[in-house]
Design a protein around this ligand. Structure first.
Ligand code: NAD
Ligand code: UDP
Length: 341
Protein backbone atom coordinates (compact mmCIF):
# COMPACT_ATOMS: atom_id res chain seq x y z
CA UNK A 1 0.00 0.00 0.00
CA UNK A 2 1.20 3.51 -0.80
CA UNK A 3 0.37 6.31 1.62
CA UNK A 4 0.34 10.01 0.79
CA UNK A 5 1.30 11.85 3.97
CA UNK A 6 0.33 15.53 4.08
CA UNK A 7 2.40 17.46 6.62
CA UNK A 8 4.91 14.61 6.65
CA UNK A 9 7.86 16.92 7.29
CA UNK A 10 6.34 18.08 10.58
CA UNK A 11 6.77 16.75 14.08
CA UNK A 12 4.17 13.97 14.19
CA UNK A 13 4.26 13.42 10.43
CA UNK A 14 7.99 12.70 10.30
CA UNK A 15 7.74 10.16 13.12
CA UNK A 16 4.78 8.52 11.40
CA UNK A 17 6.76 8.33 8.14
CA UNK A 18 9.49 6.40 9.99
CA UNK A 19 6.93 4.00 11.42
CA UNK A 20 5.23 3.49 8.03
CA UNK A 21 8.52 2.83 6.23
CA UNK A 22 9.63 0.41 8.93
CA UNK A 23 6.34 -1.43 8.58
CA UNK A 24 6.89 -1.83 4.83
CA UNK A 25 4.51 0.84 3.54
CA UNK A 26 5.51 2.94 0.57
CA UNK A 27 5.08 6.65 1.22
CA UNK A 28 5.14 10.03 -0.44
CA UNK A 29 5.14 13.32 1.45
CA UNK A 30 3.31 16.54 0.58
CA UNK A 31 4.32 19.52 2.73
CA UNK A 32 4.81 23.23 2.05
CA UNK A 33 7.48 23.47 4.79
CA UNK A 34 5.57 26.41 6.31
CA UNK A 35 6.24 25.00 9.78
CA UNK A 36 8.96 22.45 9.13
CA UNK A 37 12.37 21.86 7.64
CA UNK A 38 13.39 19.76 4.66
CA UNK A 39 16.12 18.24 6.83
CA UNK A 40 13.41 16.23 8.58
CA UNK A 41 12.78 14.42 5.29
CA UNK A 42 16.48 13.60 4.91
CA UNK A 43 16.64 12.37 8.49
CA UNK A 44 13.65 10.08 8.01
CA UNK A 45 15.54 8.55 5.09
CA UNK A 46 18.68 8.29 7.23
CA UNK A 47 16.85 6.51 10.08
CA UNK A 48 15.04 4.04 7.86
CA UNK A 49 17.56 3.62 5.03
CA UNK A 50 14.58 3.96 2.65
CA UNK A 51 13.84 6.46 -0.07
CA UNK A 52 10.61 8.22 -0.95
CA UNK A 53 9.40 11.22 -2.93
CA UNK A 54 8.75 14.63 -1.45
CA UNK A 55 6.42 17.26 -2.97
CA UNK A 56 6.89 20.79 -1.67
CA UNK A 57 3.27 21.70 -2.19
CA UNK A 58 0.71 23.75 -0.33
CA UNK A 59 -2.46 21.65 -0.15
CA UNK A 60 -4.45 24.83 -0.83
CA UNK A 61 -2.95 24.76 -4.34
CA UNK A 62 -5.31 22.31 -6.02
CA UNK A 63 -3.42 22.05 -9.33
CA UNK A 64 -0.15 21.12 -7.61
CA UNK A 65 -1.91 18.76 -5.24
CA UNK A 66 -3.60 17.06 -8.21
CA UNK A 67 -0.18 16.64 -9.82
CA UNK A 68 1.09 14.82 -6.73
CA UNK A 69 -1.92 12.45 -6.84
CA UNK A 70 -1.44 11.82 -10.55
CA UNK A 71 2.23 10.98 -10.20
CA UNK A 72 2.01 9.00 -6.97
CA UNK A 73 -1.31 7.12 -7.23
CA UNK A 74 -1.62 6.56 -3.46
CA UNK A 75 -4.06 4.11 -1.85
CA UNK A 76 -4.67 6.17 1.28
CA UNK A 77 -3.93 9.54 2.83
CA UNK A 78 -2.77 10.44 6.32
CA UNK A 79 -3.59 14.10 6.73
CA UNK A 80 -1.37 16.03 9.16
CA UNK A 81 -0.99 19.27 7.21
CA UNK A 82 -2.40 22.20 9.10
CA UNK A 83 -1.52 25.22 11.18
CA UNK A 84 -1.58 24.44 14.89
CA UNK A 85 -0.62 27.43 17.04
CA UNK A 86 -3.61 28.16 19.28
CA UNK A 87 -2.65 31.78 20.08
CA UNK A 88 -1.85 32.61 16.46
CA UNK A 89 -5.21 31.19 15.39
CA UNK A 90 -6.93 33.78 17.60
CA UNK A 91 -4.94 36.55 15.88
CA UNK A 92 -5.36 35.17 12.36
CA UNK A 93 -8.64 33.26 12.21
CA UNK A 94 -9.14 33.73 8.47
CA UNK A 95 -5.70 32.31 7.68
CA UNK A 96 -6.38 29.33 9.95
CA UNK A 97 -9.81 28.58 8.48
CA UNK A 98 -8.42 29.06 4.98
CA UNK A 99 -5.41 26.83 5.44
CA UNK A 100 -6.89 24.07 7.58
CA UNK A 101 -10.43 23.87 6.23
CA UNK A 102 -9.76 25.15 2.70
CA UNK A 103 -6.76 22.83 2.44
CA UNK A 104 -8.78 19.84 3.62
CA UNK A 105 -11.64 20.55 1.18
CA UNK A 106 -9.09 20.68 -1.64
CA UNK A 107 -7.60 17.43 -0.45
CA UNK A 108 -11.00 15.72 -0.34
CA UNK A 109 -11.76 16.90 -3.89
CA UNK A 110 -8.37 15.80 -5.15
CA UNK A 111 -8.73 12.41 -3.48
CA UNK A 112 -12.20 11.89 -4.98
CA UNK A 113 -11.05 12.85 -8.46
CA UNK A 114 -8.19 10.38 -8.22
CA UNK A 115 -10.21 7.51 -6.77
CA UNK A 116 -8.62 7.63 -3.30
CA UNK A 117 -11.18 7.24 -0.53
CA UNK A 118 -9.23 6.24 2.59
CA UNK A 119 -8.20 9.02 4.95
CA UNK A 120 -6.84 9.24 8.47
CA UNK A 121 -7.12 12.69 10.00
CA UNK A 122 -5.17 14.35 12.83
CA UNK A 123 -7.78 15.64 15.20
CA UNK A 124 -7.29 16.70 18.76
CA UNK A 125 -8.64 16.36 22.29
CA UNK A 126 -9.42 20.05 21.92
CA UNK A 127 -12.71 19.10 20.17
CA UNK A 128 -14.07 17.96 23.55
CA UNK A 129 -13.86 21.57 24.79
CA UNK A 130 -14.34 21.60 28.55
CA UNK A 131 -15.05 17.86 28.66
CA UNK A 132 -18.31 16.60 30.06
CA UNK A 133 -16.55 13.58 31.61
CA UNK A 134 -13.08 12.47 32.75
CA UNK A 135 -11.58 10.18 31.57
CA UNK A 136 -12.77 11.33 28.15
CA UNK A 137 -14.20 8.56 25.98
CA UNK A 138 -15.13 8.97 22.33
CA UNK A 139 -18.79 9.05 23.40
CA UNK A 140 -18.18 12.26 25.28
CA UNK A 141 -19.98 14.96 23.29
CA UNK A 142 -17.86 17.42 21.36
CA UNK A 143 -17.80 20.74 23.17
CA UNK A 144 -17.29 24.44 22.54
CA UNK A 145 -13.78 25.25 21.39
CA UNK A 146 -12.05 28.30 22.79
CA UNK A 147 -10.08 29.22 19.66
CA UNK A 148 -10.22 29.03 15.84
CA UNK A 149 -7.59 26.26 15.73
CA UNK A 150 -9.87 24.02 17.79
CA UNK A 151 -12.86 24.90 15.63
CA UNK A 152 -10.94 23.90 12.48
CA UNK A 153 -10.46 20.41 13.96
CA UNK A 154 -14.09 20.33 15.05
CA UNK A 155 -15.34 21.34 11.59
CA UNK A 156 -12.97 19.11 9.62
CA UNK A 157 -14.19 16.14 11.68
CA UNK A 158 -17.74 17.06 10.67
CA UNK A 159 -16.82 17.56 7.00
CA UNK A 160 -15.10 14.18 6.80
CA UNK A 161 -17.90 12.41 8.67
CA UNK A 162 -20.51 13.92 6.32
CA UNK A 163 -18.38 12.98 3.31
CA UNK A 164 -18.29 9.34 4.43
CA UNK A 165 -22.04 9.42 5.13
CA UNK A 166 -22.83 10.69 1.65
CA UNK A 167 -20.69 8.27 -0.33
CA UNK A 168 -20.01 4.75 0.88
CA UNK A 169 -16.71 4.53 -0.96
CA UNK A 170 -15.16 6.76 1.73
CA UNK A 171 -13.48 5.37 4.82
CA UNK A 172 -12.55 7.94 7.40
CA UNK A 173 -10.68 7.57 10.68
CA UNK A 174 -10.50 10.55 13.00
CA UNK A 175 -7.70 10.30 15.54
CA UNK A 176 -7.99 12.60 18.54
CA UNK A 177 -4.51 13.11 19.89
CA UNK A 178 -3.91 14.01 23.49
CA UNK A 179 -0.48 15.60 24.20
CA UNK A 180 2.30 14.24 21.98
CA UNK A 181 5.85 14.74 23.30
CA UNK A 182 9.16 12.86 23.02
CA UNK A 183 11.20 12.11 19.93
CA UNK A 184 12.61 9.21 17.96
CA UNK A 185 15.26 7.37 19.99
CA UNK A 186 17.93 8.22 17.40
CA UNK A 187 17.66 11.91 18.33
CA UNK A 188 17.61 12.69 14.59
CA UNK A 189 14.02 13.93 14.42
CA UNK A 190 11.93 15.77 16.99
CA UNK A 191 9.79 18.79 17.70
CA UNK A 192 11.28 22.04 16.42
CA UNK A 193 8.92 24.93 17.19
CA UNK A 194 9.49 28.26 15.50
CA UNK A 195 9.91 31.16 17.97
CA UNK A 196 8.90 30.88 21.60
CA UNK A 197 7.39 27.44 22.24
CA UNK A 198 3.70 27.43 23.14
CA UNK A 199 3.74 23.91 24.49
CA UNK A 200 5.04 22.68 27.80
CA UNK A 201 7.73 20.14 26.95
CA UNK A 202 9.39 22.07 24.10
CA UNK A 203 9.59 25.04 26.49
CA UNK A 204 11.17 22.99 29.29
CA UNK A 205 13.59 21.45 26.78
CA UNK A 206 14.72 24.92 25.70
CA UNK A 207 15.25 25.91 29.35
CA UNK A 208 17.31 22.74 29.85
CA UNK A 209 19.48 23.50 26.82
CA UNK A 210 20.02 27.10 27.92
CA UNK A 211 17.90 28.90 25.32
CA UNK A 212 15.35 30.15 27.88
CA UNK A 213 15.76 31.27 31.46
CA UNK A 214 12.88 29.61 33.33
CA UNK A 215 9.62 27.82 32.68
CA UNK A 216 6.53 29.89 33.41
CA UNK A 217 4.00 27.56 35.03
CA UNK A 218 0.58 28.81 34.01
CA UNK A 219 -1.47 28.62 37.20
CA UNK A 220 -0.91 26.74 40.47
CA UNK A 221 -4.34 27.29 41.93
CA UNK A 222 -6.32 24.66 39.99
CA UNK A 223 -8.31 22.02 41.81
CA UNK A 224 -5.65 19.34 41.27
CA UNK A 225 -3.25 17.69 43.77
CA UNK A 226 -0.40 20.17 43.18
CA UNK A 227 -2.55 22.99 41.77
CA UNK A 228 -1.18 22.71 38.21
CA UNK A 229 -3.05 21.41 35.17
CA UNK A 230 -3.14 17.73 34.29
CA UNK A 231 -2.70 16.39 30.75
CA UNK A 232 -2.39 13.02 29.04
CA UNK A 233 1.08 12.92 27.45
CA UNK A 234 1.79 10.38 24.74
CA UNK A 235 5.15 9.51 23.20
CA UNK A 236 5.19 10.62 19.56
CA UNK A 237 6.45 7.16 18.52
CA UNK A 238 3.47 5.54 20.26
CA UNK A 239 1.25 8.03 18.45
CA UNK A 240 2.95 7.21 15.15
CA UNK A 241 2.29 3.51 15.73
CA UNK A 242 -1.36 4.36 16.33
CA UNK A 243 -1.57 5.64 12.76
CA UNK A 244 -0.19 2.41 11.35
CA UNK A 245 -2.74 0.43 13.38
CA UNK A 246 -5.47 2.75 12.09
CA UNK A 247 -4.32 2.02 8.53
CA UNK A 248 -4.50 -1.71 9.23
CA UNK A 249 -8.05 -1.14 10.43
CA UNK A 250 -9.24 1.11 7.62
CA UNK A 251 -9.46 -1.78 5.15
CA UNK A 252 -11.80 -3.70 7.48
CA UNK A 253 -14.25 -0.92 8.26
CA UNK A 254 -16.97 1.06 6.51
CA UNK A 255 -17.95 4.70 6.95
CA UNK A 256 -16.19 6.73 9.59
CA UNK A 257 -14.86 6.08 13.06
CA UNK A 258 -13.08 8.03 15.78
CA UNK A 259 -10.41 7.07 18.30
CA UNK A 260 -8.68 8.77 21.18
CA UNK A 261 -4.92 8.34 21.13
CA UNK A 262 -3.55 8.93 24.60
CA UNK A 263 -2.11 6.90 27.45
CA UNK A 264 -5.14 7.22 29.73
CA UNK A 265 -2.94 8.62 32.49
CA UNK A 266 -2.63 12.23 33.53
CA UNK A 267 0.45 14.13 34.73
CA UNK A 268 0.54 17.61 36.20
CA UNK A 269 2.75 20.38 34.82
CA UNK A 270 5.06 20.03 37.84
CA UNK A 271 5.28 16.24 37.48
CA UNK A 272 6.39 16.67 33.87
CA UNK A 273 8.82 19.40 34.88
CA UNK A 274 10.44 17.16 37.51
CA UNK A 275 10.52 14.16 35.15
CA UNK A 276 12.38 16.36 32.66
CA UNK A 277 14.85 17.51 35.36
CA UNK A 278 15.54 13.84 36.07
CA UNK A 279 15.99 13.08 32.37
CA UNK A 280 18.50 15.89 31.77
CA UNK A 281 20.21 15.58 35.15
CA UNK A 282 19.89 19.30 35.89
CA UNK A 283 17.93 21.48 38.28
CA UNK A 284 15.86 23.83 36.14
CA UNK A 285 14.25 27.16 37.00
CA UNK A 286 10.54 27.79 37.00
CA UNK A 287 8.17 30.47 38.18
CA UNK A 288 4.45 30.46 38.76
CA UNK A 289 2.51 32.68 36.39
CA UNK A 290 -1.20 33.48 36.08
CA UNK A 291 -3.48 30.94 34.46
CA UNK A 292 -3.41 30.82 30.65
CA UNK A 293 -6.74 31.75 29.03
CA UNK A 294 -8.70 28.77 27.74
CA UNK A 295 -6.83 26.08 29.73
CA UNK A 296 -8.93 23.35 31.29
CA UNK A 297 -7.73 21.89 34.63
CA UNK A 298 -7.77 18.18 33.81
CA UNK A 299 -7.70 16.29 30.51
CA UNK A 300 -6.94 12.63 30.01
CA UNK A 301 -8.51 9.98 27.87
CA UNK A 302 -10.21 6.67 28.19
CA UNK A 303 -7.99 4.64 25.84
CA UNK A 304 -10.24 1.53 25.88
CA UNK A 305 -11.72 1.87 22.38
CA UNK A 306 -8.34 2.23 20.64
CA UNK A 307 -7.14 -0.81 22.58
CA UNK A 308 -10.18 -2.93 21.76
CA UNK A 309 -10.61 -2.03 18.10
CA UNK A 310 -7.10 -1.09 16.94
CA UNK A 311 -5.07 -3.12 19.44
CA UNK A 312 -3.35 0.12 20.43
CA UNK A 313 -1.59 0.56 23.76
CA UNK A 314 1.10 3.04 24.68
CA UNK A 315 4.51 1.59 25.49
CA UNK A 316 6.55 4.56 26.72
CA UNK A 317 6.12 6.23 30.12
CA UNK A 318 6.71 9.85 31.08
CA UNK A 319 10.37 9.26 32.02
CA UNK A 320 11.10 7.78 28.60
CA UNK A 321 9.16 10.59 26.89
CA UNK A 322 11.27 13.21 28.69
CA UNK A 323 14.51 11.27 28.10
CA UNK A 324 13.82 11.13 24.36
CA UNK A 325 12.83 14.81 24.21
CA UNK A 326 16.09 15.66 25.97
CA UNK A 327 18.11 13.39 23.68
CA UNK A 328 16.73 15.24 20.64
CA UNK A 329 17.08 18.72 22.17
CA UNK A 330 20.61 18.17 23.49
CA UNK A 331 21.82 16.77 20.16
CA UNK A 332 20.02 19.54 18.24
CA UNK A 333 19.95 22.60 20.52
CA UNK A 334 18.44 24.77 17.76
CA UNK A 335 16.34 22.02 16.25
CA UNK A 336 17.06 21.55 12.54
CA UNK A 337 18.93 24.90 12.47
CA UNK A 338 22.52 25.68 13.41
CA UNK A 339 21.72 28.72 15.55
CA UNK A 340 18.88 30.84 16.97
CA UNK A 341 16.65 32.01 14.09
P1 NAD B 1 3.70 20.46 12.58
O1 NAD B 1 3.44 21.92 12.39
O2 NAD B 1 5.04 20.03 13.01
O3 NAD B 1 3.30 19.67 11.25
C1 NAD B 1 2.33 20.13 10.36
C2 NAD B 1 2.97 20.15 8.98
O4 NAD B 1 2.01 20.59 8.03
C3 NAD B 1 4.16 21.11 8.88
O5 NAD B 1 5.26 20.40 8.33
C4 NAD B 1 3.69 22.21 7.95
O6 NAD B 1 4.75 22.72 7.15
C5 NAD B 1 2.64 21.49 7.13
N1 NAD B 1 1.59 22.34 6.58
C6 NAD B 1 0.83 23.26 7.21
N2 NAD B 1 -0.04 23.80 6.34
C7 NAD B 1 0.18 23.21 5.14
C8 NAD B 1 -0.40 23.34 3.85
N3 NAD B 1 -1.38 24.21 3.62
N4 NAD B 1 0.06 22.57 2.85
C9 NAD B 1 1.06 21.67 3.06
N5 NAD B 1 1.65 21.51 4.25
C10 NAD B 1 1.21 22.27 5.28
O7 NAD B 1 2.59 19.94 13.61
P2 NAD B 1 2.45 18.52 14.32
O8 NAD B 1 2.59 18.75 15.78
O9 NAD B 1 3.26 17.52 13.65
O10 NAD B 1 0.91 18.26 14.05
C11 NAD B 1 0.45 17.48 12.96
C12 NAD B 1 -1.07 17.51 12.94
O11 NAD B 1 -1.54 17.01 14.19
C13 NAD B 1 -1.64 18.92 12.79
O12 NAD B 1 -2.79 18.84 12.00
C14 NAD B 1 -2.00 19.29 14.21
O13 NAD B 1 -3.04 20.22 14.27
C15 NAD B 1 -2.43 17.94 14.76
N6 NAD B 1 -2.33 17.85 16.22
C16 NAD B 1 -1.14 18.17 16.84
C17 NAD B 1 -1.06 18.10 18.22
C18 NAD B 1 0.22 18.47 18.93
O14 NAD B 1 0.20 18.69 20.14
N7 NAD B 1 1.38 18.50 18.26
C19 NAD B 1 -2.17 17.72 18.97
C20 NAD B 1 -3.36 17.40 18.32
C21 NAD B 1 -3.43 17.47 16.93
N1 UDP C 1 2.09 25.15 30.30
C1 UDP C 1 2.83 25.90 31.19
N2 UDP C 1 3.86 26.65 30.69
C2 UDP C 1 4.18 26.69 29.37
C3 UDP C 1 3.41 25.92 28.47
C4 UDP C 1 2.37 25.16 28.97
O1 UDP C 1 2.58 25.89 32.38
O2 UDP C 1 5.12 27.41 29.00
C5 UDP C 1 0.98 24.32 30.81
C6 UDP C 1 -0.36 24.68 30.21
O3 UDP C 1 -0.97 25.71 30.95
C7 UDP C 1 -1.10 23.35 30.29
C8 UDP C 1 0.00 22.30 30.16
O4 UDP C 1 1.22 22.99 30.45
O5 UDP C 1 -1.68 23.22 31.56
C9 UDP C 1 0.09 21.69 28.75
O6 UDP C 1 0.14 22.76 27.84
P1 UDP C 1 0.38 22.53 26.30
O7 UDP C 1 0.26 23.87 25.62
O8 UDP C 1 1.64 21.77 26.08
O9 UDP C 1 -0.80 21.56 25.85
P2 UDP C 1 -2.39 21.82 25.83
O10 UDP C 1 -2.69 23.06 26.58
O11 UDP C 1 -2.70 21.95 24.38
O12 UDP C 1 -2.99 20.60 26.41
Amino acid sequence: MKILVTGGAGYIGSHTCVELLERGYEITVVDDLSNSNKKAIERVKQITGKDFTFHEVNICDKAKLDEAFEVEKPDAVIHFAGLKAVGESVEKPVEYYDNNIGGTLNLIRSMREHGVFNIIFSSSATVYGDPAEIPISENCPKGMCTNPYGWTKWMIEQILTDTAKADERWKVILLRYFNPIGAHESGLIGEDPKGIPNNLVPYIAQVAVGRREALGVFGNDYDTPDGTCIRDYIHVCDLARGHVLALDHINKMTGSDVFNLGSGRGYSVMEVFHAFEKACGKTLKFEYKPRRAGDIPVCYCDPAKAKKVLGFETQFDINRMCADSWNWQSKNPYGYNECEQ
